[in-house]
Design a protein around this ligand. Structure first.
Ligand code: IPD
Ligand code: CA
Ligand code: CA
Length: 263
């Protein structure tokens, strides 16, 4: 499959950072059994991956702005384009030797996400999407799942933890959704939750208290696979609100309705 120049740049960057993360992941698995644990090592792995991404993308497209999890905002002089990057999504999994983590890179043009790449180096799964060009996993075209009834679905979510999010609200959402679905899963990497919705593995996904770098690339993947994404109120303020609901048209609508029980 022929990829566009911009997707090529993003893929090459994600693969390079992915090789670095994969090496460090191997080491984390060794450190797991040591008393000190892999904590500091993991934050270094995270920063190293971000450095690679920043260097590669700046070289390929000088002047584009950045929004990166570690580095924050970097203003470029281009004025039209912004990279939105999570160098390691699923840090807790990575730290615990669980091979579900990813690099997420999105490109925004005049405020609109036009390209997205999510790469899980441990599973060697590469997800790509370009606005209007469809979504792919390792060059296979993706399509969201077709199930129409919430009662048949497996949906994914994120569960807040110590010091994060509103635990009471999350419990209400869980209770409401568990009563209406066939199963709930918690992957631990928002970019992959969305990629797995695009791939039809999950019928839907909802989460709150997220950041733009968790969401940007994954939202495009879902849309380009024929799915729908919104914030939990049905609007398009995902980045500002930090919430996301995703699925095919019917499941997206049904999930929104269920989540509205906690207004
Ligand atoms: C986290 C993951 C997780 C989600 C968290 C995010 P990080 O990102 O995407 O699934 O539930 O809220 O912060 O910290 O691993 O980059
Ligand atoms: Ca993240
Ligand atoms: Ca991260």
């Amino acid at each position: 499959m022929a990829r566009s120049a911009i997707i090529n740049v993003m893929v090459q960057t994600a693969m390079k950072a992915g090789r670095s993360l994969a090496r460090d992941f191997g080491e984390v698995q060794n450190l797991q059994v040591s008393l000190k644990g892999p904590g500091d090592y993991v934050s270094q792995a995270d920063r190293k991956a971000e450095e690679i991404i920043y260097t590669e993308l700046s070289k390929a497209r000088p002047g584009y702005s950045f929004l990166m999890e570690e580095r924050g905002e970097v203003e470029g002089d281009d004025g039209q384009h912004r990279w939105i990057v999570d160098p390691l999504d699923g840090t807790t999994n990575f730290l615990h030797g669980i091979p579900i983590f990813a690099i997420s890179i999105a490109l925004e043009r005049q405020g609109q996400i036009v390209a997205g790449v999510v790469y899980n180096p441990a599973m060697d799964e590469l997800y790509t999407a370009e606005r209007g060009g469809g979504a792919f996993m390792n060059d296979r075209r993706l399509r969201v799942a077709a199930r129409k009834n919430l009662s048949d679905t497996v949906v994914s979510t994120g569960i807040p933890h110590l010091g994060r999010g509103h635990h009471g609200h999350a419990l209400i959402d869980l209770k409401n959704v568990m009563g209406e679905t066939a199963g709930i899963r918690r992957l631990g990497a928002a970019s992959l939750d969305l990629a797995w919705v695009a791939a039809g593995r999950f019928d839907g996904y909802w989460e709150s208290w997220l950041a733009p770098w968790d969401l940007a690339a994954g939202i495009l993947l879902v849309r380009e696979a024929g799915g729908f994404c919104s914030d939990r109120n049905g609007g398009q303020e995902m980045f500002d609100d930090g919430s996301i609901v995703a699925g095919n048209e019917a499941i997206h609508k049904a999930l929104l309705k269920t989540l509205q029980k906690r207004a």
